[in-house]
Design a protein around this ligand. Structure first.
Ligand SMILES: [Zn+2]
Length: 75
């Protein structure tokens, strides 16, 4: 998932509209402004619509490579 635009921020917590690079699905959700979130969580987060991350992996494939799967806090 990538960020389309930030919609709210309080210190390091923010809300943004995220977009799936694979299917184009857009959804607002929470984020935390640090390197782990930007470099690890976002590119590995599973899209709620197509079920894949930025690399095109399913949660099972992501678990096999990373040891866990990742999801954004979309609410
Ligand atoms: Zn998607």
């Amino acid at each position: 998932m990538i960020i389309v635009k930030e919609t709210y921020r309080s210190r390091n917590d923010f809300k943004a509209v995220y977009k799936c690079e694979l299917c184009g699905h857009e959804q607002e959700g929470w984020g935390y402004s640090d390197g782990f979130f930007y470099c690890t969580v976002m590119p590995n987060a599973i899209c709620p619509k197509c079920g894949k991350n930025s690399k095109g992996e399913t949660p099972e494939e992501c678990k096999g490579r990373m040891g866990r799967d990742f999801y954004l806090d979309l609410r």
